[in-house]
Design a protein around this ligand. Structure first.
Ligand code: FES
Ligand SMILES: [Fe+2]
Length: 422
């Protein structure tokens, strides 16, 4: 008999989400409102897994940096003079003070602590420590900023707080080949930051379905019909799927048109659809014919999230005198605001004691993938049982060790259909 230690969620609720898709129910309310669950998510997900902090164009030059906060931690990603990228805890080695508050910046030649002036080079080494020369046995070489793992994939910068985690390449090993989009060469054309009153998982789930589009996105549905989705795909670290552009539309803008050229070399099928992915836990990657849209979601509390949205364009498009990203930015900013409003409304409902999960609609398979990945990552913490026992919780369609039985289809093979997809 399994250990019956108290869990953070009812085992029958966990089991209900782990059932086969056509019998499963969405996540139960505590997952969206319980501060103890968020703390467990910080431990098991955000401080253990690779997190995308944005595109490398934000740290293109020596002295450029970005700062992100998650789970009480803060990371600085800094471009050094030799061109290398480093990631460091945003914590002074003297008495621990937070070093930098801005989410991004450039042109710095050192990082100076505002408290007593200890200063660090762009490689994290301590280069100045006022009046410390006379301190017995003190050697600046012993006090560099503490490093965090950092790597890039397709031009996106990822960090990982867990020193023992598998390499990023391994984490993304089964992700479809998207090299034809040449994202590493892209430029950051626009950025928006949002703070919303909704749990981070509601934002990920909302991104994963267009069942809500007719009633929430009157401007989107005429550009890409909500039932135009192709087959959903999932892998060990992602889920997603394509949606087709409506006849006569060439990209996602207010009128479905643009002056920009498509990304060079894309095959015809990529010019007719947009690929949407969530790279777990919360890096939303949307590949359009002529630009790339990303969201990274950073939980602040069980019911609050910070969202950073970036628009990436080809270097050729950005270099043109008449470059104007506003057609794509205005469209997605409006769509974002519509999404945040419905996510905040959802948050108000799932916090109620009256909320009992319903059932997934057929267009919500990607949410099911996300919710099942989430429970596999969190099952032991949520159920109060160790992974070996957690398999007894219910009738999981996945094994408790986190293996995903379904092979990830390559993007090119993810064909569109008219039947409502998913
Ligand atoms: S805490 Fe940073 S210099 Fe003292
Ligand atoms: Fe939406």
């Amino acid at each position: 008999m399994a250990d019956t230690k108290e869990g953070l969620m009812r085992r029958e609720d966990i089991a209900a989400t782990l059932r086969p898709f056509d019998q499963a129910s969405p996540l139960a309310g505590p997952a969206y409102r319980d501060a103890a669950i968020l703390e467990a998510e910080f431990d098991r997900i955000f401080l253990e897994m690779w997190l995308c902090v944005g595109h490398q164009d934000a740290v293109r030059h020596a002295g450029d940096f970005v700062m992100r906060e998650i789970g009480g931690e803060s990371v600085l990603v800094v471009r050094d003079r030799d061109g290398s990228l480093g990631a460091f805890y945003n914590v002074c080695r003297h008495r621990g003070t937070r070093l930098i508050d801005d989410s991004a910046g450039g042109g710095i030649d050192c990082i100076r602590c505002p408290y007593h002036g200890w200063s660090y080079g762009l490689d994290g080494g301590l280069i100045a420590a006022p009046l410390m020369d006379g301190v017995s046995g003190f050697d600046k070489a012993d006090y560099p900023l503490r490093a965090i793992r950092c790597d890039t994939w397709e031009g996106f910068v990822f960090v990982n707080f867990e020193a023992g985690a598998a390499p990023l390449g391994e984490y993304l090993a089964d992700f479809p080949d998207v090299s034809r989009f040449a994202m590493a060469d892209m430029r950051l054309g626009a950025m928006h930051e949002y703070e919303i009153a909704a749990n981070w998982k509601l934002v990920c789930e909302n991104y994963g379905e267009c069942y809500h589009c007719p009633s929430n996105h009157p401007q989107l549905n005429p550009i890409s019909n909500f039932q135009s989705g192709g087959d959903s795909v999932e892998g060990s670290s992602f889920c997603g799927g394509p949606m087709r552009l409506n006849e006569g539309c060439v990209t996602m803008t207010m009128d479905g048109q643009t002056k920009r050229d498509p990304i060079a070399g894309l095959p015809p099928e990529d010019l007719r659809q947009v690929h949407y992915f969530n790279i777990y836990p919360a890096f939303l990657l949307s590949l359009h014919p002529d630009y790339v849209l990303t969201h990274t979601i950073w939980p602040l509390a069980a019911d609050r999230s910070f969202i950073r949205c970036e628009w990436l364009f080809t270097a050729e498009a950005v270099a043109r005198d008449d470059f104007d990203p506003s057609d794509a930015v205005d469209f997605w900013h409006l769509t974002n605001e519509q999404d945040w409003a419905i996510c905040e409304r959802a948050q108000k409902g799932v916090r109620s004691r009256a909320y009992v999960p319903g059932r997934y609609q057929g267009l919500e398979e990607t949410i099911y993938f996300f919710d099942n990945w989430y429970l596999r990552a969190m099952e032991a913490a949520l159920s109060g049982m160790e992974p070996a026992l957690a398999g007894e919780v219910g009738v999981s369609s996945h094994d408790a060790a986190g293996a995903v039985p379904r092979a990830a289809a390559p993007v090119a093979a993810a064909t569109t259909s008219d039947d409502g997809g998913a």
